[in-house]
Design a protein around this ligand. Structure first.
Ligand code: MN
Length: 201
């Protein structure tokens, strides 16, 4: 059985960048629904015993129940853990890799913001580590992610942003770029750097 993870912060802690009401509905309603639907669609199957990263790699493109709800559960579980109020900075290793790939952290952010802004409809923007070890930015539709075997771009996410309207509409309405810009204030770079270390290890 898959379970809704507890957050390491209160719903109001990411204010004013993400509002309390959005956080509460997002976690207790949207994420919980992905968990419930995933449990229903994997009941009594091998998939119900897998870890989330294992499950992602086994997802069948045409099994929409597991693709959408399993993706939803993985993506949101990942997302909550890279958010935190307060200053933080990338590790030296990650910063060096960002500078090598994009020229600067500002240039990386611009490319990420572009990916988030141009994802039509619902989806996610990602900073990933490709098989080659290089960093890349991409976006995926709906609840897909770059771990799924049919994703056109493959890699391990180290940073991700939910750009579904449910993630920002109460506060930002149609102003997705404002939400994306606000996101940088609440990125937990220590968690992102840890993901980077884990992928390289
Ligand atoms: Mn969401």
């Amino acid at each position: 059985m898959f379970e809704l993870p507890k957050l390491q912060y209160h719903y109001n802690e990411l204010e004013p960048f993400i509002d309390e009401k959005t956080m509460k509905i997002h976690h207790t309603k949207h994420h919980q629904a992905y968990v419930n639907n995933l449990n229903n669609s994997t009941k009594d199957t091998e998939m119900s015993k897998m870890t989330l990263p294992e499950l992602m790699k086994k997802i069948n493109e045409n099994d929409f129940a597991v693709r959408n709800n399993g993706g939803g559960h993985y993506n949101h579980s990942f997302f909550w853990k890279i958010l935190k109020k307060g200053d933080s900075a990338p590790s030296k290793e990650l910063l060096d890799a960002i500078n090598a790939q994009f020229g600067s952290i500002e240039a990386m952010k611009k490319e990420f913001e572009q990916a988030a802004a141009t994802r039509f409809g619902s989806g996610w923007a990602w900073l990933i580590v490709k098989k080659s070890g290089d960093l890349a930015i991409c976006s995926t539709p709906n609840q897909d992610n770059p771990l799924m075997p049919f994703s056109p771009i493959q890699g391990e996410p180290i940073l991700g942003l939910d750009v579904w309207e449910h993630a920002y509409y109460l506060k930002y309405q149609n102003r997705r770029p404002e939400y994306v810009e606000a996101f940088w204030n609440i990125v937990d770079w220590q968690a992102v750097s840890q993901h980077y270390q884990n992928v390289l290890a």
